[in-house]
Write a protein that binds this ligand. Structure first.
Ligand code: GLU
Length: 469
């Protein structure tokens, strides 16, 4: 039997990191089993659907390494509506489902409770189809539904505790539970690997598989992803959109490595490992069923390591969207013609060891490409003290006299200027850095000045000096 798994996102306008994790787990499982990965877009909620959202899913998957053309699909749930309706009709005709026209208020009036489920009132009243009548599944009164779950063992649900749930609404449209089962069935899905949030649906869905006469799939409910307060990651509260991480300059390699560590770890106490090791060693059965903490700080640290591990040329390439304003990323603060690839290449190795996400390249190198540095006023006030004017005057004079404009000479020259005033290099550097880059922190100063060049450096230092009059 060929293993067939699917990833079945609902388009919601962004791609949740938890979804990306499930997609990767499906992807690896299919690969390991010599199986097929199917992408199905669950787009039946027509009111909440936009074509660009589907495009967003495809491009997010592509970014994370599940590239277009390398899987089956995308299929669209909405295109299978006929099958969903036919299955509902089959369940009705075989007596496994019945019509009911109770409103929620009717049920509450009878049961006296807001919380209990449906009381089975219409089970045997023989109501036929009709406008406003929902179709309910007749759950067995006895026995239990045993779900075979690769991660959770055999969660067992007593059938008498499962209410007669709705499978088609009053307007005849099948609900998610049924559509999802019918699609899995028609697409020959053998393993359903999805988020734990769906576990409460699983016994109901398995009953539907049974009632439709098809062997249910093997399930694997991967752990819910939580924030530092152990709350389920939510798009209102947490940064959950994969696209947001991508646009901030997380590397796809770091992201997918990190996502795979949610509930699982490679051998030998390692966390940062090549993707091939993960593909090799990952075992769905070993995934820890407890909630998985999505630790943004750790992800950031991971990303920094991945950035440092890049060959410099790749690092330079990877920074391009932030430097040249391509793609969906915010344009840089300088004009495109001011960008100087050679100057960037000269400082890139210095920047590479200092940034954790690629977007941080901009504040580190903008001084090279802006006509004048943008002075951060807080940095200015903090740094420019009594004596800064004198220091800048002396530094300008000393730099003007330099024969060779290189980091070494710049450093020893400024060191001497400071020493004459009883200042250590750190204190001497600070006003020069703010004058030239506008900031108190950044790349090593003397290398920066070397790349910026004599003329621009001196112009900026003189301008800063004038401000101090
Ligand atoms: N469309 C569902 C969701 O995005 C997935 C259902 C499933 O994986 O079975 O939550």
């Amino acid at each position: 039997m060929t293993v067939r798994v699917r990833f079945a996102p609902s388009p919601t306008g962004m791609f949740h990191v938890g979804g990306a994790r499930s997609a990767l787990q499906n992807w690896i499982y299919a690969k390991q089993q010599g199986g097929v990965f199917v992408l199905r877009v669950e787009d039946t909620d027509a009111a909440r659907n936009k074509p660009e959202w589907t495009e967003g899913i495809l491009s997010a998957l592509d970014w994370i390494g599940i590239s277009r053309g390398s899987y089956e699909g995308p299929y669209f749930q909405s295109q299978n509506a006929g099958e969903h309706r036919a299955a509902a009709a089959r369940l009705y005709e075989s007596g496994r489902a019945y019509y009911c026209d109770c409103t929620r208020e009717d049920v509450q009036a009878r049961t006296g409770s807001q919380h209990q489920g449906y009381d089975g009132y219409h089970r045997d009243l023989g109501l036929g189809p009709g406008e406003g009548r929902a179709l309910r599944f007749r759950t067995p009164d006895e026995g239990a539904t045993v779900v075979v779950d690769l991660i959770r063992g055999e969660p067992t649900f007593e059938n008498r505790l499962i209410e007669d749930f709705v499978i088609a609404r009053g307007d005849g449209s099948p609900v998610f539970l049924l559509a999802n089962v019918v699609d899995d069935m028609t697409m020959g899905i053998t393993h359903v690997i999805r988020a734990e949030e769906h576990l409460p649906n699983t016994p109901k869905q398995q009953l539907l598989w049974d009632a439709l006469g098809v062997k249910p799939p093997v399930w694997a409910h991967v752990p819910v992803v939580v924030n530092e307060k152990r709350q389920k990651l939510s798009k209102r509260r947490d940064k959950v959109a994969l696209e947001a991480y991508r646009d901030e300059g997380y590397l796809a390699g770091a992201m997918r490595n990190y996502l795979m560590l949610l509930g699982w770890a490679p051998s030998g106490d390692r966390e940062i490992v090549p993707w091939s090791v993960i593909e090799d060693e990952f075992r769905l059965e070993e995934v820890n069923p407890s909630p998985a903490f999505f630790d943004e700080k750790k992800l950031r640290a991971f990303n920094g390591e991945y950035i440092r591990a890049l060959p410099v040329a790749e690092f330079i390439d990877a920074c391009q969207p932030w430097l040249t304003g391509t793609g969906t990323i915010a344009p840089p603060p300088w004009q495109p013609e001011e960008f100087d690839a050679d100057a960037f290449a000269a400082v890139a190795p210095l920047a590479q060891t200092r940034i954790a996400v690629l977007s941080e390249i901009v504040p580190n190198v903008d001084f090279l490409f802006l006509a004048a540095s943008t002075i951060d006023e807080a940095a200015w006030t903090k740094t420019m003290k009594d004596g800064s004017a004198d220091l800048l005057d002396a530094a300008v004079a000393a730099f003007e006299a330099l024969e060779s404009w290189d980091a070494e000479s710049l450093k020893s020259t400024l060191e001497a200027v400071g020493a004459e005033r009883g200042l250590k290099l750190g204190k001497t550097q600070a006003p020069v850095r703010v004058a030239v880059t506008g900031r108190t922190i950044g790349l090593p100063l003397f290398e920066s000045l070397e790349v910026l060049g004599r003329e621009r450096t001196l112009t900026r230092m003189r301008a800063a000096r004038l401000r101090l009059v």
